[in-house]
Design a protein around this ligand. Structure first.
Ligand code: 5GP
Length: 207
């Protein structure tokens, strides 16, 4: 007779991994590396109201939706989390595909902003929360300037947000320093494939 752990009952549900961190730290680049090199890991495709950038493919990088469609997804309870990011567009994680992949035993990754990570923490506290941080503040500024996708005013606004976001590191289970994309990607994959046991709320001993 099959026991609860046997394949007859299907694979065990996997743990969700949530990757967040300040603007321009390279979350998207690290996630792209996982996507390119680890097809066995499913990466959630977010819905967004922002317009596609050159090279972005609907259904691959994002589901590009209208404001009305986004409203409907939220009203119907189809979003696991959603947030207005950088005071402009809305971004959210469709709930159904996350549940389906976890139930099928597929390792799953969300690459989202901090507000979204906090909502997932409420909804799915068993997930593993990974904070991606830059090697230094100067490096974060360089990356934001270097990618050249924002104008001067928008850059200043994002840097202000980044300062606040960096302080959130302590809310996360694990930190990865993104000094080198391939290294950060490898560390993330190792965490997804072998999630560590995390005991939250254990008081830190101050010596
Ligand atoms: P971008 O417009 O540069 O692709 O993304 C802007 C920000 O939105 C990034 O910080 C990214 O992590 C965040 N983001 C992307 N998808 C989601 C999502 O589904 N939910 C939330 N809360 N943030 C997201």
């Amino acid at each position: 007779m099959a026991d609860a752990a046997s394949p007859a009952h299907g694979p065990a549900p996997r743990r969700l991994v949530v990757l967040a961190g300040p603007t321009a730290v390279g979350k998207g680049t690290v996630a792209a590396c996982v996507r390119a090199e680890h097809p066995e890991i499913w990466i959630s495709v977010s819905a967004t109201t922002r317009a596609p950038r050159p090279g972005e493919v609907d259904g691959v990088h994002y589901h590009f939706v209208s404001h009305d469609d986004f409203d409907r997804l939220v009203t119907e309870g189809q979003m696991l989390e959603w947030a207005v990011v950088h005071g402009a567009n809305r971004y959210g994680t469709p709930r159904g595909p996350v549940d389906e992949h976890l139930a099928a035993g597929t390792p799953a990754l969300l690459e989202i902003d901090l507000q979204g990570a906090r909502q997932v923490r409420e909804a799915m506290p068993e997930a593993l929360f990974v904070f991606l941080k830059p090697p230094s503040w100067d490096e974060l500024v360089n990356r934001l300037v270097g990618r050249g996708t924002e104008g001067e005013a928008e850059r200043e606004r994002r840097l202000e947000t980044a300062k606040v976001e960096l302080a959130a590191e302590e809310e996360f289970d694990v930190t990865i320093v993104n000094a080198d994309v391939r290294q950060a990607c490898a560390e993330l994959v190792a965490l997804i494939e072998n999630p560590p046991d995390i005991v939250r709320g254990t008081p830190t001993t101050v010596l």
